[in-house]
Design a protein around this ligand. Structure first.
Ligand SMILES: C[S@@+](CC[C@H](N)C(=O)[O-])C[C@H]1O[C@@H](n2cnc3c(N)ncnc32)[C@H](O)[C@@H]1O
Length: 211
């Protein structure tokens, strides 16, 4: 949610996508109804570099969509690492599987089709890194569900927390997404269990460390 010209300038000064991510990005824009949900080059590179810095062994992602952010996050996994990603829309499964199979990290990727609210409690793993990018009205539930399973010193990244700038505008009473995001941002800000920073990357990305 930054000025479009600034965002373009940032993109021009951010490493380009690899061939596989470029093709997935293109395929997503051709085939999907709402392609803007994809992380894309700028945020994707951010996720990839964060993952490479942390070298996580276990990553959880809520909201796979076509798998672009999954492939970016996978770039930092350790040799024995695993990434579990959850997507509720079974119609996207074919495109996700197609690109996962083309990835050098395919053995480490575990796709779960279904509702994250039911699947997360079944996974019972200690996460080094979690990426929350599912249904906005469920963000607080995901957060409360995963936080006990995040290792001390582990991180949670949460997307879309500026919500196209709506967080600083007058909110319509029936705008449940914006209300949920405002509640989420305030909740984390006051949560003594974590340290957090809201970054104006694309639509607002919060980086949260579990203390
Ligand atoms: C913004 S998109 C994810 C984009 C993707 N992470 C990326 O960066 O390219 C959100 C996705 O979350 C999925 N979703 C919504 N609610 C969900 C839930 N309860 N469990 C699992 N996935 C969910 C949607 O179907 C959608 O594909």
């Amino acid at each position: 949610m930054i000025n479009e010209l600034i965002e373009s300038y940032c993109e021009l000064h951010t490493s380009k996508e690899c061939e596989l991510l470029y093709r997935l990005n293109r395929d997503t824009h051709i085939k999907m109804l709402n392609p803007r949900m994809i992380s894309g080059q700028l945020q994707g590179k951010f996720l990839s570099l964060i993952s490479k810095m942390l070298k996580p062994e276990k990553i959880l992602e809520i909201g796979t969509f076509t798998g672009y952010s999954t492939l970016c996050l996978a770039e930092g996994l350790t040799a024995n690492g695993e990434l579990h990603t959850i997507e509720i829309d079974e119609e996207i499964e074919t495109i996700i599987i197609k690109y996962f199979n083309l990835s050098e990290h395919k053995e480490k990727l575990h796709l779960h089709i279904g509702n994250a609210l039911s699947i997360v409690p079944l996974l019972k793993k200690n996460w080094d890194l979690v990426f929350i990018d599912g249904e906005k009205t469920e963000y607080l539930q995901y957060y409360e569900m995963v936080l006990p399973w995040v290792k001390k010193g582990g991180y949670i990244l949460v997307d879309n927390l500026l919500w196209h700038g709506k967080v600083i505008e007058k909110v319509e009473e029936n705008d449940s997404d914006t209300h949920a995001i405002l509640v989420f941002n305030d909740f984390v800000q006051n949560d003594i269990r974590v340290d957090n920073i809201l970054l104006p990357v694309r639509d607002g990305l919060m980086l949260i460390e579990k203390l």
